[in-house]
Design a protein around this ligand. Structure first.
Ligand code: HEM
Length: 418
C-alpha cells in the first residue's frame, strides 16, 4: 500500500526524534522528494540550531537552521565566503568549480553583479510587464477545461522560459532548451533526467556552444538591452574566459528559471491545500501581492545556500574552523516560530509577508527577486480573471534535490471558466 503524505511525515517525525542528535543529517534529497524533511529541521531548531554533521554524502558540514543565525551568516561574507560554490555538494570537477558571480567574493562579485543588474532594473521590469501579461493570458487561454493536465509543463515552465528567453534576447522557439538545460544543471545522475556525469557534460557542451554563438553575435554588434550584450560589453565581464562566461550563463539560467517556475506551481498547491486562503484570495484579488510573498516563503524554492568559513570563529557557542562548510537552511529559517508567527501555516494576508529568507540576504541577495514577484503577480491576476478554481488532482511529483525544492509535475483540472 502506498503511504499517504501524512503517514510518511509521521514516520519521518518518529525517526527524526529517535536518532541520536550527533547522527542527524538533514541533507537527504530523498526526504526533500518525499516532503518529509520538516521534523529534522524542527528538532534541530529546538535542540541544536547550529549543528555539525560529521558524515554525509557531501562530507562534514554545519547546519544553520534558525532565522536570525542565517541572517548573521548571510550578511558576513568576509567570514562566510561564497568563493568556489554555493551548494552543499562541492563542484570539484577536473577543472575545479565553474566560475560564476554567485560563487565569488568581492570585489569581483560586485563588479559582475553590477554588469547584469540593469536587466532587472525597475525601468526594464516596466518594459517587460505588458509582454509577460500578454504571454500569461495566451498560455491561460489555451488550457483545456474539464480535462486533466500537467500545470508545471503547460504554465509554470512556459511563462518562465519565455521571460528568460527575452532577457537573453534569444529566439522564443528555443525557450524550452533553457528549461531543459536548467534541469540538467541541477539533475543528480541516476535520478531520472540523466544517467551519468558524462552525459551531463555532453549536454553542457551543446549548451555552451549555443551561448558561445550568442556571445559572438552580440560582441560585434551595438550593445543591446539583454543579458548577453551586457556581459559581452561590460567592462568587468567582456574579457572573462569562455568558461567564466558559461558559468554566469548557468547561473542566470537556473536563477531565472527553476525558482520562479516552482513558486508558480507551489502557489497552486498551497491554495489547494488551504481552501480558506483560496476563497479569501478570490474574494479580494488585492491580496495577490502578499499571497505571492507568502508563497515564496512557504515554498522556499532554494532550500539552502552554502558558505566556507575563511577563519576559525565561535558562532552561537560552537567552534567553526577555517575551511568548514556552513549550510544556511533557508527552508528551516522560514519555519522558525521565534521570528515568524505560525510559520507552518499558509496565511496570504500576513502583516509582514516579505519577511522571509527565500531570496537570501547581504551582497548575494537575489538580483531577480522583483522579476520573480512580477511574474507571479501577473499570472495570478490573469488566473483570477479566468478561472474560479484550479484543482490539484494528485500528489505532485517533487524534485530529488536538497538545492532545488520544486515539482517535476503537478496534475490539475480547471473545472470551468469564470
Ligand atoms: C541569487 C532565490 C528568482 C537570478 C539568489 C539567491 C537566492 C535566490 C536564495 C542567493 C542569495 C544569497 O546567497 O544570499 C531566488 C528565488 C527566486 C529567484 C526564491 C524566485 C522565487 C530569480 C530570477 C532571477 C534570479 C527570476 C533572474 C533574473 C539570481 C542571480 C543571483 C541570485 C543572478 C546571484 C546574485 C549574487 O550572487 O549577487 N536567488 N531567486 N533569481 N538570483 Fe535568484
Amino acid at each position: 500500500m502506498i503511504a499517504t503524505h501524512a503517514e510518511r511525515l509521521a514516520a519521518a517525525r518518529a525517526q527524526a526524534y529517535a536518532l541520536p542528535l550527533a547522527e542527524l543529517n538533514p541533507a537527504r534529497p530523498e526526504q526533500f522528494q518525499n516532503d518529509t524533511m520538516w521534523p529534522y529541521f524542527e528538532r534541530l531548531r529546538a535542540e541544536d540550531p547550529v549543528h555539525y554533521t560529521a558524515e554525509s554524502n557531501y562530507g562534514p558540514y554545519w547546519s544553520i537552521t534558525k532565522y536570525n543565525d542565517i541572517m548573521a551568516v548571510d550578511t558576513n561574507h568576509a567570514v562566510f565566503s561564497s568563493e568556489g560554490g554555493i551548494t552543499i555538494a562541492s563542484q570539484d570537477g577536473e577543472q575545479g568549480p565553474l566560475p560564476m558571480f554567485i560563487a565569488m567574493d568581492p570585489p569581483k562579485h560586485d563588479e559582475q553583479r553590477k554588469t547584469v543588474n540593469p536587466a532587472v532594473s525597475p525601468f526594464n521590469l516596466a518594459r517587460l510587464e505588458p509582454l509577460i501579461r500578454e504571454r500569461a493570458a495566451k498560455i491561460l487561454d489555451s488550457l483545456p477545461i474539464g480535462e486533466e493536465f500537467d500545470w508545471v509543463d503547460k504554465v509554470s515552465m512556459e511563462l518562465t522560459a519565455m521571460t528568460l528567453a527575452t532577457l537573453f534576447d534569444m529566439p522564443q522557439e528555443d525557450r524550452r532548451k533553457l528549461t531543459y538545460w536548467s534541469d540538467v544543471v541541477t539533475a543528480v545522475p541516476g535520478q531520472g533526467l540523466i544517467d551519468t556525469l558524462e552525459q551531463k557534460f555532453a549536454i553542457f557542451t551543446e549548451y555552451h556552444a549555443y551561448f558561445t554563438e550568442l556571445w559572438n553575435q552580440r560582441v560585434n554588434a551595438e550593445p543591446g538591452n539583454d543579458l548577453i550584450s551586457m556581459l559581452a560589453h561590460g567592462p568587468a565581464t567582456r574579457n572573462m574566459s569562455p568558461r567564466e562566461y558559461f558559468g554566469n550563463i548557468v547561473l542566470l539560467t537556473v536563477g531565472g528559471n527553476d525558482t520562479t517556475r516552482n513558486t508558480i506551481s507551489g502557489s497552486v498547491l498551497a491554495l489547494n491545500q488551504n481552501p480558506d486562503q483560496y476563497a479569501k484570495l478570490r474574494a479580494n484579488p488585492d491580496l495577490i501581492t502578499s499571497m505571492v510573498s507568502e508563497t515564496i516563503r512557504w515554498q522556499t524554492p532554494l532550500p539552502h545556500m552554502r558558505r566556507i568559513a575563511t577563519q576559525d570563529i565561535e558562532f552561537q557557542g560552537k567552534q567553526i574552523r577555517k575551511g568548514d562548510k556552513v549550510v544556511m537552511w533557508y527552508v528551516s529559517g522560514n519555519r522558525d516560530d521565534t521570528v515568524i508567527e505560525r510559520p507552518n501555516d499558509y496565511i496570504i494576508d500576513r502583516a509582514r509577508p516579505r519577511q522571509h529568507l527565500s531570496f537570501g540576504f547581504g551582497i548575494h541577495r537575489c538580483v531577480g527577486n522583483r522579476l520573480a514577484e512580477l511574474q507571479l503577480t501577473i499570472i495570478w491576476q490573469e488566473i483570477l480573471k479566468r478561472f474560479p478554481t484550479i484543482e490539484v488532482v494528485a500528489e505532485p511529483k517533487r524534485v530529488f534535490s536538497t538545492f532545488v525544492k520544486g515539482y517535476e509535475s503537478m496534475r490539475v483540472v480547471i473545472p470551468t471558466r469564470v
